[in-house]
Design a protein around this ligand. Sequence first.
Ligand code: SF4
Ligand code: SF4
Length: 510
Amino acid sequence: MAELTDRLSTFHGGLVLKHHKELSARNKVVRVDRPQSLRISLRVNRGHVSEPVVAVGDRVNKYQVIAQPIHPFGVVVHAPFSGVISAIEEQPTAAPDAESAPCIELDTDDQDRHIDYLPPLPDNHRQTLIKRIQDAGILGMGGAGFPTHVKYDHQIPDLDSLLIINGAECEPYITCDERLMLDEPVALIKGTDILMQAVNASQAVIAIEDNLGGVKSLLDKTIQALDLPAIRVIKVPTIYPTGGEKQLIKVLTGLEVPSGQTPLSLGIVMQNVATTKAVYDAVEHNRPLTERLVTVTGDNVGRPGNYLTPVGTPFYHLLAQADCAMSDIDKLVVGGPMMGYPMPNVDIGVDKTTNCLLLLTKDSSKPDLATLPCIRCGDCVKACPQDLLPQQLFWYIQGDNLEKARDHHVFDCIECGACSWVCPSHIDLVSYYRYAKSELTYLDYKKAKAQLAKQRHESREQRLEDIKAERQAKRRAKTEKLKNKSQAKEEISAVLDRIKNKPKDDGKSS
Ligand code: SF4
Ligand code: SF4
């Protein structure tokens, strides 16, 4: 099993950034009023699309399943409110580039009729818990959106894992995890205990940044009160991006996740704080994942803070609840200023991974300065927490040498933006890496498809050859049979002829 080290390690690169967290962290959580209409994406963060199991005009109850996954990496989608399905169509979503995906539009009502979600769990066996997590539609709420049950399904049942609960919310401005740890310590610790059973872990660590004031003492007291000594809380240095999966593992254990592999290869499972709370709700209260905390912060926000938001809530509704004045706003970003992505409008619905809406005026957003040629200063190399060669990757991608970029581990880039942040030539390096990754993924897909088509063609050809050979063999056998038959016929008639032509025995002896 991977072990925690006595002394914390460091990772290569990283940045010390201004936090801007005080804006939203102090205020109490506000529950968002029921929106009249929800826009629920059936694909989360460029993952796999789930298939609607309802039709336009259908009446649905709160917590009813409205879409089912058709791929093992998809997730179940539930209705956050009762109401009527008013549309099922492609719409922009809260994904990078506001990519369009099938969405269900639900006109909500206040009847709030519940269906019995699921019966209480019969036991707390590992497989029962994993099934419950799957049925509740839970995925990684820290941003990646990877279905949670899939992570656990791949666990070797008798492997003693280390569970890390990632509370190192390292992006500036975002405070929803901090708020959740302060407001729901019991749910978080009990959720951690449930996850330990689901992943077969004998110890768990909740990692938080060292600037989080009273969070550690609150969680320590809760652990003590619940008598769960296998759970520890560890403070990690506030360096961006400590909350990156590979960076946090390095800090806590000194281990490096090998290129192209996941933490499971080291016997480590990492889960976000919000996901842990969702697991607790699903197991303890039989509730599916239909709402999440979203930080609304930045410029011109009248009531910055954290909002308990139903999945599918349109941005305009959430922004109105937070008294946001949209005049002078230059950018609306989903996520933080480093890894977040700008949104083109406010009609898009919050999804299960939307952790923050950040409003920036021209003064506070990074100015769009003219891009200058790379001066090979190496600042991006020094900043890269994945120990990559960002400028080298940039050269390859710019020269359309994508395979070289692959060889230089472009897929290990976590798109943290540290390289772009420090680049004195204002090169938007991350967008090059995003482009290269999506282009290579597409090329791989095309290659695999062509390979499959070739295999299919070859096996069809082979099948036709086999049929032809079989027919020929049958024909030959038939001809042979006929030949044998006519030969036999000839032999019989020869015998008959012989008998017929034999001189008659007249009884005289010569
Ligand atoms: S930081 Fe910018 S200018 Fe410097 S080496 Fe990297 S890409 Fe080139
Ligand atoms: S965006 Fe990628 S290449 Fe740039 S610093 Fe982060 S991990 Fe390194």
